[in-house]
Design a protein around this ligand. Sequence first.
Ligand SMILES: [Zn+2]
Length: 294
Amino acid sequence: MAYRDDLELRKLIHHLAKWRRNGKRLPHKPLFILFALSQLHHGNKQLIYSEIHVQLKSLMSKFCPSKASARGVHPFISLVSDGIWQLNIVLRNKPYTDNQLIENGVAGAFHPNVLLLLDGNTSLIESIVEEVLQCHFPVCIHEDLQKELGLPRTPPVKRLTNVDFHNRVLKAYDYRCVICDVQEQPDNILTRIYASHIQWLQAGGPDSEENGLALCLLHHKWYNCGLLTITPERQIIVSQEAGGIPHDNDELRKLHGLAMRLPNHPVYLPYAEYLNWHLREVFRGTVKAKRMVL
Ligand SMILES: [Zn+2]
């Protein structure tokens, strides 16, 4: 398989890591592509599974909801059939376990034709990194991913945020965080409140108040990382898997079971379909968490 130019490769990566039509997230491939690009940028052209599996697992557990793991195919293997990745041996028996990959000394690398375009081409790597980030992850966790992976990245062009959506959501909640009730104060950046999409824009969530929550910076991050969610009954639920991303555990756990702050008019109440999407696709836990003893 030959790729004539950078554009063709970018198109291929864009299509193989796209969203499912029903908004179901498949974050494993995009995450693995970011991981492999970062490794290549740092000079690691071949990745030996036994050397990376711990880091890879940690990455998946931090940035993929557990339910997505259940339906995700191991990207280290599945990318081979997409034509951009190859292994040093042919694997025949499915499914493959971690131990099989380790015991057989399995190693992977970008396909030589892909490597030809990527190797030493920092601007191409950066542009693919940027596109994968923008297509699959909310802006508020881009920096976390960048730091975690050591991603090469040019300062991103500041995207135009939907000012109208931002203003309407903040107004609906009287400029207060729905989790901690802190209110935005003019000229105090520490109290800044953000309008967060419940169902991400990347998954087709609309710019409407019913799909928005007003959140302070800390809770905006926690919500988008799946450390907490809000049920259709508007109860805050904290993930049992709340680990990995720096946070204060006590501060997080004490939120469990609390009711979210409601908007100033019932017409702005978040729709259950969007809350359920977040619960299913982003939250790192199960509804059972509702009854867990903290
Ligand atoms: Zn808050």
